[in-house]
Design a protein around this ligand. Structure first.
Ligand code: ATP
Length: 314
């Protein structure tokens, strides 16, 4: 649905997007995650034909964004970071106007308005002035505008910025529902949002893609993804020595907590060492009072990856 190959964009001498490649398949909800200034909006503006790239290629539903912008625009719905709306218009009037810009006839427009009002939960507000709506409601009007021509692909740039927690939750649920009918690329710098809604995440930092995958795949890329926490009662030096000698055990961190040894065990190559630790404790007659896997969050990954980039001076 979306194909991006080696895309680059400079502003003067500054490289905002630096040779990125990615794809979004039909039916996916893909998160485009990165800190402020990472290059998300620039990439999105290229994909939605608002900005030319310096090099590389990009296509949406098989149409080249540079050579076939009319076809791309008719297949893509775009919700910019701050959707430009007309405050003096009523919601229905505004959507009607936007439908006309898509060359939709009256009957088609009416059907389309009914469809987007329903899918964006605007039923009670359709005859209200846009200027009198809350920010959350205006965001939904922006979303219904992006959907009016029933595009296959929906591109949302930071859709929850400036919303309160209730509005954020509503918008998130709304987006998840829209994913049943549309392929979605969702830009965000909020990890939680992406983790909740998206099936796959592309992480961008300083104009480059630094990782991509499902939340589970990203987690396995974090060194500490399945660190094992165990609490064993026994002589500390012996416990350390015996646990460290187990197959599949890497680094072992040990700390005394009310007479117990609290171990942080790093497995090698994702090994599951729970059974060996349990057997060891049983064989030696040591008590074992806790054993759990500490699963890293996407947040750990995000912090790690962006810190690595900083460290490398990128
Ligand atoms: P944010 O979440 O803050 O919107 P972003 O990931 O969307 O960030 P972009 O808006 O694409 O990032 O910006 C990428 C970089 O390019 C930033 O450093 C930004 O300051 C710079 N930039 C963006 N637009 C322009 C412009 N028109 N002229 C010069 N520099 C720009």
């Amino acid at each position: 649905m979306i194909q991006v190959q080696n895309l680059s964009k400079r502003y003067g001498s500054f490289k905002a997007v630096d040779g990125i490649s990615f794809h979004v398949k039909e039916g996916e909800i893909v998160g485009f995650l990165g800190p402020n200034g990472a290059g998300k909006t620039t990439t999105i503006r290229i994909l939605t034909c608002f900005l030319p790239a310096d090099s590389g290629s990009a296509s949406v539903t098989g149409h080249d964004v540079f050579g076939e912008s009319m076809q791309v625009r008719s297949n893509i719905g775009y919700l910019p970071e701050s959707a430009p709306l007309y405050p003096e218009m009523r919601v229905r009037e505004y959507l009607n106007f936007r439908g006309k810009l898509h060359h939709m006839g009256r009957a088609v427009r009416e059907q389309a308005i009914a469809r987007v009002v329903k899918s964006c939960w605007l039923g009670d507000f359709v005859d209200r002035l846009i200027g009198q709506l809350s920010k959350g409601m205006r965001q939904r009007v922006g979303l219904s505008d992006a959907l009016i021509h029933d595009p296959k692909v929906l591109v949302l740039d930071e859709p929850t910025v400036g919303l309160d927690p209730t509005q954020i939750r509503e918008t998130r649920n709304l987006i998840a529902g829209l994913g049943e009918r549309h392929t979605i690329l969702l830009s965000s710098h909020i990890l939680h949002e992406v983790e909740q809604v998206c099936t796959r995440t592309i992480i961008i930092n300083k104009g480059r893609i630094v990782a991509s995958g499902s939340p589970a795949e990203l987690r396995t890329q974090v060194g500490a993804e399945s660190r094992l926490i165990a609490e064993i009662k026994g002589p500390e030096a012996e416990v350390r020595q015996a646990v460290s000698a187990l197959n599949g055990v890497g680094e072992v961190e040990i700390r005394a907590v009310d007479g117990w040894n609290r171990l942080g065990i790093e497995p090698t190559n994702g090994a599951d060492v729970r059974e060996s630790v349990f057997k060891l404790a049983a064989d030696r007659g040591w008590s074992l009072r806790e054993m759990r896997r500490e699963v890293a969050s996407l947040e750990d990954f995000f912090v790690k990856i962006t810190a690595e980039q900083k460290g490398a001076g990128l």
